[in-house]
Every structure is written in structure tokens, then in C-alpha cells.
Write a protein that binds this ligand. Structure first.
Ligand code: AMP
Length: 416
């Protein structure tokens, strides 16, 4: 199957050819015909599967073939984070580059002036984060009266981030009869609840990319003492000459501290997280993309929507509490058919996090020890041998993970 099977407009096919896409991905094959046929769609797909083009191409197609250049806001795409908004905006701009469809973007953390000027000039499609969108609605710089298509991108993350009220307030201002598309990495209960109130007779598309993750990404797990994680991270990047590495931490503080310490180790690093200004986040991301910075240290939320072409290495300095975030994290690499390596560092007290990931993915991740960085077995005491409660394990993981100077108290060695 190729893109011309969808009878897309030549201006879109030209953009697809320029993007060097040979054939549609699974999510595109399934979603594009449904969206073109005006169905509401509920699609489960991770970032990295080509989901943006899966909704952007049919949306652009409908605008250019039905009512071109109206420059009245007809399509609203909601994203949880500014980074994802930028990414989606960029994709729309790329796919629509040979058309005269006007695309706008609105997100918080920056002045509204430029965004308002753009809105006043007239746009067909707006990509926005919920908070800024509501600000613009309240100040009457925007109306949703003509919306024909509403897209929720990464709806699960939107709910995780507490945008439920904002979503309700936004959907109340959109007329009935619109087409609604909901993309989510998971179909958790809350997503089903949300879908019931906003989708009408939706077609369900599910892309099972759990195995895809296992196939395309080499997953390595190193057992290491908590207080040697930083040293090991710098050593891996330096000794293996990895040029561009995305490193994940659970907390902003840990990201900041790690970036500082790794830079001292000679691995130029910057942190990216929600407490950084939009300018600082963009600067860090650009320097990373340009190769001026070797390691980008990110929290899960900040990393949403980051698309770095050809990223080959991800390090989980700390495993996430939510096993599904692991899939998102390692999905930053091995995108669009490339291969990648994901290294996870696990210290004592964090094994349960690894187990949750193994259960979710239905795979076994064997823990290895890197010579010179083996966990210190002399630290095992009698009390350490007792199985830890989940709560204690979580507290232990929290304290050892976010304060890299504190030594992990024991090690149980290889898991299997
Ligand atoms: P997404 O899941 O939308 O974040 O897309 C992930 C990456 O896949 C982006 O870098 C896209 O440019 C790329 N991509 C999207 N569709 C295709 C395709 N059909 N063939 C190759 N790459 C694609």
C-alpha cells in the first residue's frame, strides 16, 4: 500500500515524497480512510508510530478539497504540552507546505501577542495547549463556533496532567456535529469515560506497538549502586562515544543536579523540565539537536512530544513509577524504522519498577553488571534480605534516586 491509495491531493503527496515516506505506517493505514469518511475515531497509538500524519493528512485533505482558504478556525488540535504542540504544528506545516492552509499555534509560558496577531490574521487549524486556549477564549481573541474537527493528541497524558476541567470547558464551547478524533497511548478507564462523553459512535483503531518496542530497541538493564549511577552514566556515554543521549530522571531536582555533575565529568549536558522557562527548554532542545550538547536530561512530562530524528540512545537513570512511561521513554529512539538502545539503571529498591515494566511488556529484562560498577554485595544486611513492602520500596527508590549522593543500602545481585 502507498499513500496514493488514499486519493490524497497532489500537494499533500508532494510533501509526503519530500518527507521521504515510502509507505503509510499501520496507524496511518487504519486511521486515514476513517477520518476522510468523517467518522469519530478513537485510536490507541504511541508517539513514534506516525500518529501525527495519521490525523494531519486527512484533516488537510478535507480542508483543501472541501473549503479551501477559508481562514476561519475549523480544526482544533489539543495537546498536553508545549513541546508536543510545537511538534504537531511542525508536522502540519510540513505536510501542508504546498497548500495555502493557514496553521496557528498557541501555548502558555510565552507572551500572547504573537499568537493573537496570528489568530487575527486568520487561520484554518490551531494547535494549542488547553490552558492557553482557554485564556484566548476568555479574552475573546478566538471563537470555536466554526470548529468542524476536534483532535485530542495524547489524551491520556492530558488527563494525567489534570486537564479534565479545561477539556470540559473547551468542549462545551464547540458546536455539536463536529468530528472528534482521540489519540491516546493507552485506553485506560478514564479514557473510555472521556470518550463516552465526547465521541459519537467512534471507530476504534488499536496499534499494538508493545512488541514493536521490544523488536526495534535493544533494552539493557544494569544493576548498580544508587550512588554510582551518575558515574556509570558518564562512563557509558564517554567510553562508548555516544553522541546524543536522552537521559530520564523522575524529578526536576535530579535532572538539574545530574546535568551539572555530568558536565563536570566532561559530558556536556543540559536539563529540560517543567520549571524551566519556555526559552530555556527550546534552547536546550536545539543545542541537543545540533549536537552542541551531548546529553539532554529530561523528566517524563518535558520529554513528551520531543522528536529527535535518529536519536540512538536513551538512558533511564531512574525508572518511571508508571510502567507505560517506560514505553514512551524508549520510544524516543528507534523511531520510524531506525534501531536504538535503551539502557536502564536499577539500584536496590527499584526492582519492583523493573518488574512492572516486564509485566506490562510481557518480556524478561535480565539485569547485568558492568565490570567495575557491580553493586556492592558487602552491604547486604539481615534486614535487607526481608522482602520490602511496595510502599517502603517506593520510598527507598525516591530517596536513593533523587539524591545521588546517598549510597544504596544493599544489593540483591542478579535477578535471574
Ligand atoms: P509521530 O508518531 O507522529 O510522532 O511520528 C514519528 C516519526 O515518524 C516522525 O519523525 C515522522 O516524521 C515519521 N513518520 C511519520 N509517518 C511516516 C511514514 N509513513 N514513513 C516514515 N516515517 C514516518
Amino acid at each position: 500500500m502507498n499513500f496514493s491509495s488514499f486519493s490524497l491531493h497532489p500537494m499533500l503527496l508532494k510533501a509526503i515524497t519530500e518527507s521521504a515516506y515510502d509507505e503509510p505506517t499501520d496507524i496511518q493505514k487504519q486511521s486515514i480512510p476513517l477520518i476522510l469518511a468523517n467518522h469519530d475515531v478513537m485510536a490507541r497509538a504511541q508517539t513514534g508510530t506516525g500518529k501525527t500524519a495519521a490525523f494531519a493528512l486527512p484533516i488537510l485533505q478535507k480542508i483543501i478539497t472541501l473549503q479551501p482558504t477559508l481562514q476561519k478556525l475549523r480544526v482544533l488540535v489539543l495537546t498536553p504540552t508545549r513541546e508536543l504542540a510545537q511538534q504537531v504544528y511542525k508536522s502540519f506545516s510540513t505536510y501542508g507546505q504546498f497548500t495555502d492552509v493557514k496553521i496557528g499555534i498557541a501555548y502558555g509560558g510565552v507572551s500572547t501577542k504573537k499568537q493573537i496577531t496570528e489568530l487575527e490574521a486568520g487561520i484554518d487549524i490551531l494547535v494549542a495547549t488547553p490552558g492557553r486556549l482557554l485564556d484566548l477564549l476568555q479574552s475573546e481573541h478566538l471563537t470555536l463556533d466554526n470548529i468542524q474537527t476536534l483532535v485530542f493528541d495524547e489524551a491520556d497524558r492530558m488527563l494525567d496532567m489534570g486537564f479534565k476541567d479545561e477539556i470540559n470547558r473547551i468542549t462545551q464551547r464547540i458546536p455539536q456535529g463536529k468530528q472528534t478524533l482521540l489519540f491516546s497511548a493507552t485506553f485506560a478507564d478514564e479514557i473510555y469515560q472521556m470518550s463516552k462523553s465526547i465521541l459519537v459512535d467512534p471507530k476504534i483503531v488499536e496499534i499494538d506497538d508493545k512488541n514493536k518496542v521490544a523488536e526495534d530497541v535493544e533494552q539493557i538493564v544494569y544493576g548498580v549502586d544508587a550512588d554510582r549511577k551518575r558515574e556509570l552514566t558518564s562512563y557509558l556515554i564517554g567510553s562508548k562515544n555516544w553522541k546524543q543521549v536522552l537521559v530520564f530522571t523522575r524529578t526536576k531536582q535530579c535532572a538539574d543536579e545530574l546535568a551539572k555533575e555530568m558536565t563536570k565529568d566532561g559530558v556536556k549536558s543540559l536539563a529540560i523540565h517543567g520549571d524551566k522557562s519556555q526559552g530555556a527548554r527550546e534552547k536546550a532542545l536545539n543545542e541537543f539537536k545540533e549536537g552542541k550538547v551531548r546529553a539532554l536530561i529530561a523528566t517524563d512530562v518535558a520529554a513528551r512530544g520531543i522528536d529527535i530524528k535518529g536519536l540512538s540512545h536513551v538512558i533511564n537513570y531512574e525508572l518511571p513509577y508508571n510502567a507505560e512511561d517506560y514505553v514512551h521513554r524508549i520510544g524516543r529512539t528507534a523511531r520510524a524504522g531506525n534501531s536504538g538502545v535503551a539502557v536502564s539503571l536499577v539500584s536496590t529498591g527499584e526492582e519492583w519498577l523493573l518488574k512492572a515494566i516486564e509485566e506490562l511488556l510481557d518480556i524478561s529484562l535480565l539485569q547485568q553488571w558492568l565490570p567495575g560498577y557491580e553493586p556492592d554485595l558487602t552491604k547486604i544486611s539481615k534486614s535487607d534480605k526481608k522482602p520490602m513492602s511496595k510502599k517502603n520500596a517506593r520510598n527507598n527508590a525516591l530517596s536513593t534516586g533523587s539524591r545521588s549522593s546517598k549510597r544504596g543500602s544493599h544489593s540483591r545481585g542478579k535477578r535471574r
